[in-house]
Design a protein around this ligand. Sequence first.
Ligand SMILES: [Mg+2]
Length: 231
Amino acid sequence: MKICRLALFDIDGTLLSTGGAGRRAIKEALVEVYGTCGSADNFPFGGKTDPQIVRELLLEEGVSEDVVERNLDLFFARYLRRLRQQLSRSQLRLYPGVKELLSTLAETEGMFLGLLTGNIKEGAWIKLRAFQLGKFFRMGVYGDDSADRYKLPRIAVERASKQFKKTFQGRDVVIIGDTLHDIRCASSIGARTVAVATGWTSLTQLRKHKPDFLFPDFSDYQEVVKAITAE
Ligand SMILES: [Mg+2]
């Protein structure tokens, strides 16, 4: 049976852990550009886009919207520099089964692998390259396509359809992630969902949001391949 499927992966908490490098880079760049990082130590980053994280943290600190927006480009330039530095000195961890899962999917006919992540594009690729994962992904949608994660699935489908010259319907799309936002954002296009509990959200919590498939991690990667390629 020939399949045509677009698998869209989240990055942090789903494929890998940067050992806090991402959070530290955001904190340092916030202090550098805005003079404060607010409650960045305890703030939940999971499932949020980078621009959303920055806005929420700063508005909570009383920084005006105007000041936030005006310095956003500068902030992200500083963030990328800090991210490279932080990654080189952090405890990086690829979750079990991820390499095997991505290799198997990449070799599956009719399978198109992409990213759906809140990271800004350049940040996403810095992280992927640090883990040698870049070669697996042929397209992506990022936090700089929209600060609203819930808008990303539709953008992904449009982009992938154009790039691969295929028509992807809702059920041809699989969104793979570690938070309830990954699961929920899929409903806007009727995509199927694969949730994994390697991030900060527990298996029990994820189950409440009724993903189509749920895994503690990807170590049993052949089962994950089945879930993604299932009719
Ligand atoms: Mg995540």
